[in-house]
Design a protein. Structure first.
Ligand SMILES: [Zn+2]
Length: 74
């Protein structure tokens, strides 16, 4: 994932960014929410029309999760 403070690629685990030592719990929350929405979209797509729509559901759900989580944090 990417650090929202310095923009570098950082591992998902751990409490702070290894580069700038900023607390990354907000970034983790954002990625986790994107992942959850992505999975939800995939399952929903699968239920509607199988594998092809499931892929689109994962994509749309992930985007939606990112947008939703970045709106809740100011
Ligand atoms: Zn950083």
């Amino acid at each position: 994932m990417r650090c929202s403070n310095c923009g570098k690629d950082i591992p998902f685990t751990g409490k702070v960014c290894p580069w700038c030592h900023t607390d990354k719990s907000g970034d983790q929350q954002k990625y986790a929410l994107g992942f959850v929405f992505g999975m939800g979209g995939g399952v929903l797509g699968w239920a509607i029309h199988g594998f092809g729509i499931a892929l689109i559901g994962v994509f749309v759900g992930t985007i939606f999760g990112f947008v939703a989580s970045s709106r809740t944090q100011s």
